[in-house]
Design a protein around this ligand. Structure first.
Ligand code: IP8
Length: 258
């Protein structure tokens, strides 16, 4: 099985509320459609989730009744994005079905406490492609919390041990410095525990509601222990995802355990 995350920064414009990047999403789904392999897809929330979730501090859990309207509207908004992604996948010939995180997992303290692979397995057995996403979820101690798409990626990787895990980002991979600010930034082609240790912890103010780059990379290192190959590719460059799935050499960061 191949597990793919379509990053929120690729399929949406993260700076403009609820702005879907349809052309990018359609192209990535066309590339996925050419894979002809069992597939599970997870997508981020991008500007359909992060902007409003941050404004109402939904990642901090229940603070006051004033947040409740936002719990409902952010849930609706990420489902709106999910429907758009399903549309792109179906148009590419992929028989995609939606599996929201709370239908497979239960959460407390912002963490996934139990996960049932059955809702995904049943769809895969039918030849369908399950599609999950970052969402606002019920939480036993916080009353509600945010489940990131990356958390679902980790749960799915542990449950299904995929051959290949691909994260589609809006950059070529992990760099030694911020490539958007520093033109001399160099791509790290192989990222492991020691690369993580030598990285400065990203400051909290650079983090979105599901955490910093540092935390995301920590999670990818865990994922890399449960699959044959885990990589980050630039989803904005046509052909990268297709070639990565075909096993061809592509510009990327390979995330390796140990
Ligand atoms: O974009 C975030 O999921 P992510 C989910 O995968 C919400 O980190 C609702 C902001």
């Amino acid at each position: 099985m191949i597990l793919v995350k379509l990053g929120g920064s690729v399929i949406t414009d993260k700076s403009r509320l609820k702005t879907f990047r349809k052309a990018s999403c359609d192209r990535l789904c066309t590339e996925l459609g050419q894979a002809r392999k069992a597939l599970a897809v997870v997508h981020g929330a991008g500007s359909f989730g992060h902007i409003e979730a941050k404004k109402h501090a939904l990642h901090k859990g229940y603070r006051s009744d004033s947040q409740i309207q936002a719990v409902a509207s952010v849930q609706r908004d990420v489902r709106e994005l999910n429907l758009k992604v399903l549309g792109s996948l179906l148009d590419s010939g992929i028989r995609a079905v939606s599996v929201p995180p709370a239908s497979a997992g239960s959460f407390s303290g912002g963490k996934l406490r139990s996960f049932s692979k059955a809702p995904f397995e049943m769809q895969l057995d039918l030849g369908l492609t399950p599609v999950s996403f970052g969402d606002v979820v019920p939480d036993r101690t916080m009353r509600f919390s945010i489940c990131s798409g990356d958390l679902m990626m980790e749960a799915l990787a542990k449950a299904f041990k995929p051959k290949l895990v691909v994260f589609c980002a809006d950059v070529d991979g992990v760099f030694d410095r911020d490539p958007k600010r520093n033109p001399r930034a160099e791509l790290i082609t192989e990222f492991d525990e020691s690369s993580l240790r030598s990285m400065r912890r990203t400051e909290a103010r650079h983090a979105d509601v599901t955490g910093s780059i540092y935390g995301k990379l920590e999670r990818m290192l865990v994922i890399s222990q449960h699959c044959e190959k885990c990589m980050i590719v630039n989803g904005n460059v046509p052909g990268r995802l297709r070639n990565a799935i075909a096993g061809k050499q592509v510009v990327s960061t390979l995330v390796v355990p140990g």
